[in-house]
Structure formats: C-alpha cells, structure tokens
Design a protein around this ligand. Structure first.
Ligand code: MN
Ligand code: MN
Length: 455
C-alpha cells in the first residue's frame, strides 16, 4: 500500500480542498452550525427544502435535489434517481456532533468574586485535556417570546476567550497521585467568565456584571439559560499541522471530516440512476439517541415522503427501499500514533497518508455492538474504490480487548441494508485539537464520489 501523496505530483487540488475543509471546521463547531452551513452550501448547489415540495404536493423528478432539516441539528440530502426509489438508495452518512462541554441549565455562579459557568461534558472526553486552553461559547438561547438568540463568543480575534483553570505543579502533589480519569473531576470542569464587580451591587456583583454584559449585547437574562444550548469548545481556527503543512489540526474533526467530505461528494454527481442520500446526524457521540440521532425515525419518515412525492406511497415500497439500499457509514478511525504503538496490532491498523479507512466491524471485546459488514458487500466496495484509483486501507480500533467504539452503521443495518464503516484516520481523537492527514481528507471525498457513482 503506497503512500497516497505519491498519487499527486501536483498537490494543488488536495491543498485547495483542505482550505475549504479547514474553513468549514473553523466556523462549524456545533451540530447546529454544521447543519446551517451545509444547507447554505447545498442551496448554492441547487438543493431545495423538501418542505416546499411537501406543502405544495409538488412532484419529485429524477435529478431533483432536496434536503430535509431535522430540528436544525441533523440533515438529510437527496438527489432523486431515475430508478424507482424502492430499487434502493446509495447513502453516505456521518455525524456532526462532537465531544465538548455543555452548559448546565443553571450554569452561573460566583465564588470569591470569580464568576463561573457550570458544565456537563458531552461524549467521551479525557477531562484533563480541557483545562488551561482558550475556550469559546457557541450555541443558542431560546426566549419565551419565541425568538432564538445565536451566541458565538471567543472566535473573533477581538473577542475575549474563557477557560478552565488547573493547579500549579507546586501544589499538585495530591492531584498528580490520582488516576488520570480523576485528575480533573467531571464536576470540576467549571469555566471562568469574569472577575470584575458591577458597581452598586452588593451580592454576587461579579456574576451580576457578566449577566449585565450579556443582557446588553444579546438581550438575554439568566433565566433564559434554562432554555439554551450553549457548547463550550476550543477557541480558534483549524491550522496546518506539520512543517510540511501535510496535516490539519482542528476541533471536531470526529466526525465533521467525514461530514464535509460526504457533503462535497454529493455535489459531484448528476443524473444518478439510484436515489442518492447524504445523512449528517446528531447525537452519535452519546449513542445516536433522541429526535436528532440516527435511532430517530426522521430518516425513514422523510424517505416515505420522497416515495409519496415521486411515485405514490405504499409501505412495501418503503421497506424495499431500505432493504435494497447500500451505505457507507462514515466515521473516523484511530490513526497509528508513533508515541503509543502498543495499542495497535500492526497488520490491522490505519495510517496517515494511506487513504480512506474501511472498518468491516467496530465494537468492543468480542465485536460487541458492531455491525460487521458482509464479505460480499465489502468486495463490492473495494471494487468501486479500485476502479476509481482510490487509496484505501482497512483497520480495526486497536488490539483485541484494548478498547473499542461504535458508530451509526448497526442502526442502518437493522433495516437489512448493506452498510460498512469507513472514514478518515485521526490522531488525538476526542481531544480538543484533533489531527488528520490532508491527503486522506481528499481521498475520502474521492472515495465517496466513487461510491455514489458506482453502487
Ligand atoms: Mn465519530
Ligand atoms: Mn467520536
């Protein structure tokens, strides 16, 4: 397996594609921001809101391009095929939620004239990685009058940032003796937001001052945070990583790297025979639960609408559509890390620069929780990749019994559909700053185009 960089004597298109990717992950740090930006880009490529068709009972025709926005947190895009939909769809899927710290519903408090925000972490994090970093606040505050206030603080270079403090080494004797999982307790991930009292206020004057600033800028009150979703994320843009600029360091590449590449692949296909779909879903990091996760019926419901609008609905068509569909469930893989080689079994490990990763199975221990794609389907997928000169590799997540993980693949597998995990290799997965290889990012996009065209 050759290094994929060797395919490109001229790296211009790889580098240019990654400029777009860095821009996407620099501005889209929440599921909501990712869905909003994906819709903006999709509309520029001729996609229209499916609700316009549904409300007007407007017929869907081959090569129509539509999207369904599920609560602003997950998104399904479709290019209608010339075949009946029940012949099956060709589906790309990725997730747009990432590990982070969410503000609690009553987040504000003051301790010895320092104002702080209480958080509850989301997804699998190593708490100790999230201290002493510049952090930003991204999210929405929904008011009783029905308006929603969007908040982004800490990204503009003139913005202040916030952060979580840590003990100085001089006083950390007891802290350093704790297990790594307890070095920073989950309940201690408190974000410092102020230290200056508001004149004329007696009680909690520092907190009052911060709340006054928020009220002035956003017209929001402390009580409004009960109906808010504010995510604390690393502040700052994605950057070129490595002296040769061959990699990207950025927040939330799990799984926006697969989301962005899947989305961009959709714009490179016209007049498909099968209906093409791209799913960008929420809540993968906490088990794909809830109304916006893959376990939700939203995708099935919207495919029912598509069948109704294109061919007239009946239930058997819907069931056949899912059974006959083929999917790449795309999520990141753990890239080989020279600092920690012992967790890998080297024949079944993925590496930077070797292209998109296929995982026949994920899961933990005895493949527990895994979709385990069928060998016949894997043969089809590798044929499609090889026919298009895609650099690809296979891997599993570490040595047997070293750990494990899951994706959305098994949920789609429940329909009796052929689905296999694939995605981009990432170093520092779930850390505030994750790393990918630019050539792998590009190969992933190329692989998704090949899959849409060949399956
Ligand atoms: Mn993931
Ligand atoms: Mn993850």
């Amino acid at each position: 397996m050759e290094n994929a960089w060797k395919k490109y004597s001229d790296t211009t298109k790889v580098m240019e594609f990654n400029e777009g990717y860095k821009n996407f992950i620099s501005t889209c740090k929440t599921e909501r921001e990712s869905v909003a930006k994906a819709i903006e880009i999709a509309e520029q490529h001729g996609f229209r809101n499916i609700n316009d068709y549904i409300s007007a009972k407007k017929r869907l025709n081959p090569n129509d391009k539509v999207y369904y926005n599920n609560m602003g947190k997950s998104l399904a895009l479709f290019i209608i095929g010339s075949d009946p939909i029940e012949n099956g769809m060709t589906i790309l899927g990725a997730h747009v939620d990432s590990p982070r710290l969410d503000l609690k519903q009553h987040p504000f408090y003051e301790d010895h004239e320092i104002a702080l925000l209480d958080t509850h972490y989301y997804g699998g994090i190593k708490s100790y990685q999230w201290v002493t970093l510049p952090l930003a606040l991204h999210g929405v505050v929904c008011k009783k009058d029905g308006t929603t206030v969007k908040v982004v603080i800490g990204e503009d270079e003139n913005d202040p940032v916030v952060g979580i403090s840590d003990l100085l080494p001089h006083l950390a004797r007891h802290q350093m003796e704790r297990k790594a999982s307890d070095v920073v307790e989950g309940e201690d991930l408190n974000v410092t937001i102020g230290s200056m009292p508001l004149n004329g206020v007696e009680k909690e004057a520092v907190k009052a001052n911060v709340l006054a600033l928020l009220k002035e800028k956003y017209a929001i009150e402390e009580d409004d945070f009960v109906s808010a979703e504010i995510e604390v994320v690393p502040a700052g843009k994605a950057r070129d990583y490595g002296l040769d600029r061959s990699m990207v360091m950025g927040y939330g590449q799990d799984d926006r790297v697969c989301a962005y590449t899947s989305l961009m692949a959709m714009f490179e296909v016209e007049n498909p025979q099968k209906t093409l779909a791209c799913l960008l879903v929420d809540k993968e990091e906490i088990g794909s639960v809830g109304a916006t996760g893959m376990h939700s019926k939203f995708f099935e419901n919207i495919v029912a609408e598509l069948i109704w609008l294109k061919e007239g609905f009946n239930d058997i068509k819907l069931r056949r559509t899912f059974t006959n569909s083929k999917m790449l469930s795309s999520d990141v893989s753990a890239a080989y890390d020279p600092n920690y080689p012992s967790v890998n079994e080297m024949k079944n490990t993925c590496f930077f620069g070797k292209g998109i990763v296929i995982n026949k199975y994920t899961g933990a221990r005895g493949k527990s929780g895994s979709n385990d794609a069928s060998a016949e389907y894997l043969a089809e997928v590798r044929k499609a990749f090889d026919n298009n000169n895609i650099a690809w590799q296979t891997a599993e997540l570490g040595k047997v019994n070293e750990g494990g993980g899951g994706t959305i693949a098994y949920i789609m597998g429940n329909y009796g559909m052929n689905v296999v995990d694939s995605g981009v290799a990432v170093q520092n997965m779930h850390a505030p700053w994750e790393v990918t290889s630019k050539v792998d990012v590009y190969e992933a996009k190329e692989a998704y185009v090949a899959f849409l065209k060949e399956m």
